[in-house]
Design a protein around this ligand. Sequence first.
Ligand SMILES: [Zn+2]
Length: 425
Amino acid sequence: MQQPRRRIRGHRRPIALAGATALVIAAVASASTTLPGAGRASAGPAATSQDAALAPCRISATMGVQMSEGLPTPPGYARSTGEIKALNLMIDFPDAEGTEPATDRYAEFFPQTSEWFRASSYGRLVYRPEAPVEDWLRMPMPFTEYGIERGSPFEPGYRQLVKDIVAAADPQVDFSAYDLVNVLVSPNAGPSALDTVLSVTFSGNDEAPTADGVPLANTSFVYSRQDDGSGSYAETGYRVLPHENGHVFGLPDLYTMEGGGSVGHWDIMSEDWGANNDFLAWHKWKLGWLDNEQISCASRSGVSEHTLGPLATEGGTKLAFVPLSAQSGYAVEVRTAAGNDEAVCRPGVLIYKVSSDVDTGQGPVAVADATEDSGGCTRRPNVHAELSDAPFRPGQTFTDRANGVRISVLDEDDDGNYRVRVTRP
Ligand SMILES: [Zn+2]
């Protein structure tokens, strides 16, 4: 039996509103070692197939890490390729009644979320949202009585809430027909997201309350509105949901207690406010959206060259990886302002360290900044400025002296492909 753990993961400070602090909660996962109910989410990212040449680059999960960057993603999470059916339930409370039609709340997230996943996955994740109940499901108790606080995985208040949701929806909903559940809460319940982000995901949790014989093991709750007042909410406010669903697919939080300074805006698991952004190539491999053929593993000693195409376009080699140990290595990829990446102001070669033995919210990924202390190249709200110009340009070299690793960007061709030279012991 695993005890539910309370996790408070970090802060976000929307730049548009000086002084406002948003606490973000993490998703929690009691990473399960047993499969949930048959026919339900058997984690099946395609990246589980074996390939000897890639073996040294498939850094593995570590015992004791709740949500790891390692490969493969353990069982219990939702499948991240193929057709995924997402159940959406809109709920309100006697003390926080929905003031608009529930279908308007749904329309804040769809079809944008499905399109985000289609673009990011190159069409490999076909996200099918359904809202079989078109009205608000009224909860029997006032919101305040549930005692919903930041990040409490199926603690008594949440257990009661889920029980009440199931009771209200069950006559109209077959829970066993879905791969994941999104609970879209009336935005007037609880604090403003500018003060406290309550949105949370319980993933891979086979101790979750059950409905129609299956545990609600992969469930995201979205509260309030991630509206920074900049006027972009209609275009970008939905992005909390791809972030929360990222946990359902087994991805950890990349922001830390210090905020987004580890990864900046280079992954939606780091920053999900503000301008649109994509997943790191590492995440796309982990999710099965990049094939093994699209990964170039720099495991042999000496010098190797790798040609990488922009991550936003489909096909070709997307990720070079330089393993340092069984639990860590450097990922190398090309990021441009295209696809889901809207705010890239210095396109080029992004280099970051991935550590599968570092847990969610503790900094499992750290981006190397080619232009340290530059202040960055963006002033867009909610985009971590310092790391916005992190990519390396032709002629620049990243050096890790302790490990004897050098990664040099040689050139860029007319099609936007970059040649990278890796030197390693
Ligand atoms: Zn999160």
